[in-house]
Design a protein around this ligand. Structure first.
Ligand code: SF4
Ligand code: SF4
Length: 362
C-alpha cells in the first residue's frame, strides 16, 4: 500500500508554505544529498496553453532542493510534433514566454534530450501485456542526474484519458525515438466515409508520409513519426484514434515510465498538481475550459498510488461548466472514451507502485 500526502485546497491553505509542508511530510526530498544534481521535471506548456504548473510553485520546490545543498535544474524534453517546443531553441523560447527562466524558477533550464536525439538506451527488464518495446531511450540530461523530482499537472488527455506522473515519466522523460515508438501503438486511422480527398492532411505532414491513392490519403508507416498532426488538421474528422489502440499506447507508456524510474531506484519523488483540470493536456493550445474546481496538491514516492489518488479525487469532485456531468469512476477516461486506468494497472504490474494507497491530509 502506498502513502500519498494531500494539500487540500478546500481548507483555504497558504499554498507556498503548504508545498513545503507537503515535501517535508511526504519525505520526497529525503534522499537528496549535498552536491547531488537534481532534475526537476516539469512540462513548461505549449505556446498558447495557460494551464501548466505555475513557475512560482516550481520555484518553491527548487528552493527546497537548494536548501539541502543540492544542485537542481529544471528540465523537460522536446515534442514529437512540429511546433513551438520541437527543438531545444524553440522550447527555451516558449519556456521563457510562459514564465520559465532561470531568474523565475531559481535554477538553470535544461532541455534534457537536446533536439530530441540525446537519449541513453535502457533495456526493459520486464514486459507485460501487448508491448513490443525492448529498449527505451531516456533523455540523457535526466538519465545522468543523481535524483529525479517529477512535478506533474493532472489533466485530461485525448489518448490516455488523463495525464499525471506516469505519463510525465513515460513520455516526458524520453528522447524522440522512444516517443515515436510509443505513439506507433496508436496510429491515426482513416474513416473512408468521412474523407472527401481534400489532401489537407498531406500538406501538414512534416515528413511527407502521406500520399494519395484512389482519392484517399495513404500513410507510409516507415516514414510516419506518429505525431498526429494530420489528425488534428482534418476538418472532416476523417482521421481518428481507435479505443483499443489508445489503451495499447498506455501499455507502452507504462513500460517507458518503468525504464525511466529504474535508473533512480529510491532516488525519486513525485508531486501532482490537481488544479486547472482541463479536458486536454499542456501540449494543447487551448486545452479547453476547466472541468472541476481546483482540488489540491499531492506528493508521494509512488507514482502509481499518486496518480490513482489524484484520479479518485477528481472522480469525487463536482463537474463544472458542463450540461451533462459525467459520473465516475474514471470521469476523464469516459470524457475521452478510453479506460485511463490501463496505464496505472500496467505500471503496477511492472512493479512501479501500488494502486492501493492511504491518503494523509496535511
Ligand atoms: S484532410 Fe481529412 S478529408 Fe482531407 S484528405 Fe485528409 S483525411 Fe481526407
Ligand atoms: S502521417 Fe500524420 S501522424 Fe504520420 S507523420 Fe504525417 S502527420 Fe504525423
Amino acid at each position: 500500500m502506498s502513502e500519498v500526502f494531500f494539500l487540500d485546497y478546500s481548507k483555504e491553505v497558504d499554498v507556498l508554505p503548504g508545498i513545503e509542508g507537503l515535501c517535508a511530510q511526504s519525505g520526497i526530498l529525503k534522499g537528496i544529498s549535498k552536491g547531488d544534481s537534481v532534475a526537476v521535471k516539469v512540462h513548461m506548456g505549449e505556446l498558447g496553453n495557460v494551464t501548466y504548473i505555475r513557475p512560482a510553485f516550481l520555484r518553491k520546490v527548487v528552493d527546497l532542493v537548494k536548501k539541502r545543498g543540492a544542485k537542481p535544474f529544471v528540465t523537460d524534453t522536446v515534442t514529437l510534433y512540429p511546433g513551438a517546443r520541437s527543438n531545444k531553441k524553440r522550447y527555451l523560447s516558449t519556456a521563457a514566454y510562459n514564465g520559465f527562466v532561470k531568474e523565475s524558477v531559481g535554477a538553470p533550464i535544461v532541455i534534457a534530450d537536446g533536439d530530441g536525439d540525446e537519449g541513453t538506451p535502457v533495456a526493459l527488464e520486464d514486459v507485460v501485456g501487448r508491448c513490443d518495446l525492448r529498449e527505451v531511450e531516456v533523455a540523457s540530461g535526466i538519465y545522468d542526474a543523481d535524483f529525479l523530482l517529477v512535478l506533474s499537472h493532472v489533466k485530461g488527455h485525448m489518448i490516455t484519458g488523463f495525464g499525471g506522473a506516469v505519463k510525465n515519466l513515460g513520455m516526458g522523460c524520453v528522447a524522440k525515438r522512444s516517443k515515436r515508438e510509443q505513439h506507433r501503438a496508436n496510429p491515426p486511422l482513416l474513416d473512408d466515409s468521412k474523407c472527401d480527398g481534400c489532401e489537407g492532411c498531406l500538406e501538414v505532414c512534416p515528413v511527407d508520409a502521406l500520399s494519395m491513392r484512389g482519392g484517399r490519403p495513404q500513410r507510409d508507416p516507415e516514414k510516419c513519426i506518429y505525431c498526429g498532426t494530420c489528425l488534428f488538421a482534418c476538418s472532416r474528422k476523417a482521421l481518428y484514434w481507435e479505443r483499443k489502440n489508445k489503451e495499447r499506447f498506455q501499455v507502452y507508456l507504462a513500460h517507458a515510465a518503468a525504464a525511466v524510474v529504474r535508473g533512480f531506484g529510491h532516488r525519486i519523488g513525485f508531486v501532482n498538481f490537481v488544479q486547472d483540470v482541463t479536458p486536454h493536456c499542456d501540449c494543447a493550445a487551448p486545452a479547453g475550459r476547466v472541468l472541476f474546481p481546483d482540488i489540491g496538491i499531492l506528493a508521494s514516492t509512488d507514482p502509481v498510488g499518486l496518480d490513482k489518488a489524484s484520479l479518485d479525487l477528481i472522480d469525487r469532485a463536482r463537474m463544472i461548466g458542463v450540461t451533462k456531468p459525467i459520473s465516475g469512476p474514471d470521469k476523464l477516461g469516459k470524457w475521452h472514451q478510453v479506460d485511463s486506468l490501463v496505464q496505472l494497472r500496467t505500471a503496477q504490474e511492472l512493479g512501479m507502485g501500488s494502486m492501493d494507497y492511504i491518503l494523509s491530509n496535511l
